[in-house]
Design a binder for this molecule. Structure first.
Ligand code: FMN
Ligand code: 7N5
Length: 366
């Protein structure tokens, strides 16, 4: 298989464009530039990749029902996430080892995100240390935390993220063990150079680096060791969303980890409405709900916002942009999504991203 997904792309024809005109145009360009094992790792979903495909298919099943004659000429995309202003509700998902896509790794992606006016979540397993990323960053950062068996390591990472100026901690809840990325395992036993986790200190051994089987008490523990807001990533069940709120989460990312953990999990856009409803009931709307998984078009962003997400995170496309053009590639990918969102909002008669009506989205043609 030559691509991550098999969507129909224009074939043949005599027009060749130098500049990619949509996010999906970056995918084959990135593939040409990446080591095959790194590419397989980036693309991979778990096992049969049912959930990976479903993330896209579920967006494609939804229809936008536009409102007309509303005099909307310049939709306002600006919003805040946990109080931090962003130019558009399109954020960079935490992903490990950006060094596989570009030698500057997260330093380039953080600059690209900042130049696009948005925030980036830095992974625990970043190829540049959290201090280096923070020194390069031109925009706000959040820190994504994997809690390993060594709690000492987790606490040291939290302190470093605080000192580096990160504004929130994203605790990933869907990874008590790593999903089996068979597409990657078939082509390679290990990752090529660029995959070192620079923030993990040398005091810990292999044993300590296995994921911990976390409980809700660990959310309380994290809140007790840091005053930063905690965002829980990887929630799909509405009852878990309620528990997250009850344990003090300030935000929830409805996510199946880009289809990389439990294969067979629902598409995140399908899980979103029930989580939004549960969180509204449990927190009176105080906790923010975000979504990631399969966001490739401005219309996807609009669907997620209309169904109650405050913002979306984008994963793989950011690494495609990074592989193709470093910081500038990341800025362009985010800029394309922003431009498409603005366009879709104008066509739907929506003036701003706050308070979009869920009726904008339908499950079938009316
Ligand atoms: C190469 C790669 C590495 C990832 N690493 C992490 C990680 O370190 N921590 C984490 O919480 N999620 C990680 N994720 C999951 C993303 O945060 C996000 O949930 C997912 O990529 C969103 O789906 P999308 O790629 O379809 O946009 C990773 C995803 C990819 C593709
Ligand atoms: C072992 C690091 C896991 C990073 C991750 O979350 C992913 O690749 O999906």
């Amino acid at each position: 298989m030559s691509r991550c997904r098999g969507a129909a792309r224009p074939r043949g024809g005599s027009i060749s464009r130098v500049e990619p005109i949509s996010v999906l145009d970056y995918e084959p360009l990135a593939r040409e530039r990446m080591h095959p094992a790194a590419w397989a790792y980036l693309c991979a979903g778990a096992e049969d990749e049912v959930t990976l495909r479903e993330n896209r298919a579920a967006f494609e099943r939804l229809r936008l029902v536009p409102r007309v004659l509303r005099g909307v000429s310049a939709p306002d995309l600006r919003t805040t996430v946990l109080g931090t202003p962003v130019e558009a509700p399109v954020l960079v998902a935490p992903m490990g080892v950006h060094g596989l896509a570009h030698p500057e790794g997260e330093c380039a992606s953080a600059r690209g995100a900042g130049e696009a006016g948005t925030l980036m979540a830095v992974s625990t397993v970043s190829s540049r240390s959290i201090e280096e990323v923070s020194a390069c960053a031109t925009g706000p950062l959040w820190f994504q935390l994997y809690v390993y068996r060594s709690r000492g390591l987790a606490e040291r990472l939290v302190r470093r993220a605080e000192r580096a100026g990160c504004r929130a901690l994203v605790l990933t809840a869907d990874s008590p063990r790593w999903g089996r990325k068979e597409r990657f395992l078939r082509v390679a036993g290990s990752l090529p150079p660029g995959a070192d986790a620079a923030s993990i200190d040398s005091e810990v051994g292999e044993e300590d680096l296995a994921p911990a089987a976390l409980t809700w008490e660990d959310v309380a523990w994290l809140r007790s060791v840091s005053s930063l807001p905690v965002v829980l990533k990887g929630v799909l069940h509405p009852e878990d969303a309620v528990l997250a709120v009850e344990h003090g989460a300030a935000g929830i990312v409805v996510s199946n980890h880009g289809g990389r953990q439990l294969d067979g999990a629902p598409a995140s856009i399908e899980a979103l409405p029930a989580v939004v409803e549960a969180v509204a009931g449990a927190s009176g709307g105080r906790a923010e709900v975000y979504l990631d998984g399969g966001v490739r078009r401005g219309t996807d962003v609009l669907k997620a916002l209309a169904l109650g997400a405050r913002a979306v995170f984008v994963g793989r496309p950011v690494l495609w942009g990074l592989a193709v053009g470093g910081a500038e590639g990341v800025r362009r990918v985010l800029g394309l999504l922003r431009g498409e969102l603005e366009h879709a909002m104008a066509l739907c008669g929506q003036a701003s991203v706050g308070g979009l009506d869920p009726e904008l989205v339908s499950r079938g043609a009316r």
